[in-house]
Design a protein around this ligand. Structure first.
Ligand SMILES: NC(=O)c1ccc[n+]([C@@H]2O[C@H](COP(=O)([O-])OP(=O)(O)OC[C@H]3O[C@@H](n4cnc5c(N)ncnc54)[C@H](O)[C@@H]3O)[C@@H](O)[C@H]2O)c1
Length: 284
């Protein structure tokens, strides 16, 4: 099986920076690619800050923190990823930019390198088809925030070789994640279940005329959820949830997948949840 020693991460936004943090903490030499030097530097600063907080909380030794940070470099030049054994893509959630990037990575990276996408809702098979090596393309779907959420779904596309999925699973395990392997179907495992379920919850707000607070109390205490659905959607981001619902609805055409109109209205009004300071709840 391919031994992964070095990792490239393309896109150091919310997910990519978290993935790069996991990679350096797990001991991999890591190159992160952003579109500008400033965005790359900002991501390095965020990662350094999170690792310092872990030291402050006594969950990481200072020496390990410094060694991890020294394993990370950033670039704006995609060619700098030529020697990576595994490249994980975490750019915008749109098919054409991802396909264009994979075609470029296919040209730049060694033929045996594995190319992974962190897409939530796009088809890994369609992304893989932009390369000449679809057997080396796999989905590695992390959850937000990547350093804290314990799961990674390893998604085997139509032509992914077992060996490539296995190599990605080994990396996921070395990142300290619970690894679940699945095939490339819309929403994979968690989102296929969670998105329509959350949409049902939010429709109940109007149908049963309950407040967000009451719905959260009901699901926490009656269904054993660790967090109520309104709190969860606020945390995920109303825009992210609406986008994912629309993508699943487009693929599966099941009415439950479509975002509830109330949520679309919130998104259009800029009530995006925790990140905008206001969603179902108000945040400081
Ligand atoms: N946010 C989530 O909850 C979540 C969870 C799981 C998976 N995902 C998936 O992860 C991916 C990234 O999402 P995000 O929330 O981190 O987005 P984000 O907008 O925070 O980050 C995307 C980053 O990619 C950079 N970028 C865009 N094109 C690039 C390119 N060609 N090369 C290098 N960098 C480029 C942007 O500058 C930006 O910093 C998406 O596919 C998304 O669906 C997101």
């Amino acid at each position: 099986m391919t031994e992964i020693r070095s990792i490239g991460v393309v896109g150091l936004g919310a997910m990519g920076a978290g993935i790069a943090q996991l990679a350096i903490e797990a001991g991999y030499d890591t190159v992160g690619r952003e579109v500008t030097v400033e965005l790359g530097q900002a991501a390095v600063a965020r990662i350094g800050h999170f690792l310092t907080r872990k030291v402050d909380k006594g969950r990481l030794e200072q020496g390990h923190r410094d060694a991890a940070v020294s394993r990370l470099s950033t670039t704006v030049d995609l060619d700098a990823l030529a020697d990576c054994d595994l490249v994980i893509e975490a750019i915008v959630e749109e098919l054409e930019p991802k396909r264009a990037l994979f075609a470029e990575l296919d040209r730049i990276c060694r033929p045996d390198a594995i190319l992974a996408t962190n897409t939530s809702a796009l088809s890994v098979t369609e992304i893989a088809a932009a390369t000449t090596r679809p057997e080396r393309v796999v989905g590695m779907h992390f959850f937000n925030p990547a350093p804290l959420m314990p799961l990674v779904e390893i998604v085997q596309a139509e032509l992914t070789a077992d060996e490539a999925a296995e190599a990605a699973s080994v990396v996921g395990a070395r990142f300290g994640k619970e690894v679940v392997r699945c095939h490339d179907t819309p929403g994979f495992v968690v989102n296929r279940v969670l998105i329509p379920l959350l949409n049902d919850c939010l429709r109940v707000l109007d149908e049963a005329r309950v407040t967000p607070e009451a719905l959260d109390v009901a699901m926490k205490n009656g269904a054993g959820w660790p967090m109520g659905p309104c709190t969860l959607v606020d945390l995920v981001g109303i825009d992210v949830h609406v986008h994912a619902s629309e993508a699943l609805y487009e693929k599966l055409r099941e009415p439950r997948m479509a975002p509830p109109p109330r949520l679309v209205a919130m998104k259009n009004a800029g009530l995006l949840g925790r990140k905008s300071g206001r969603g179902f709840y108000t945040y400081d």
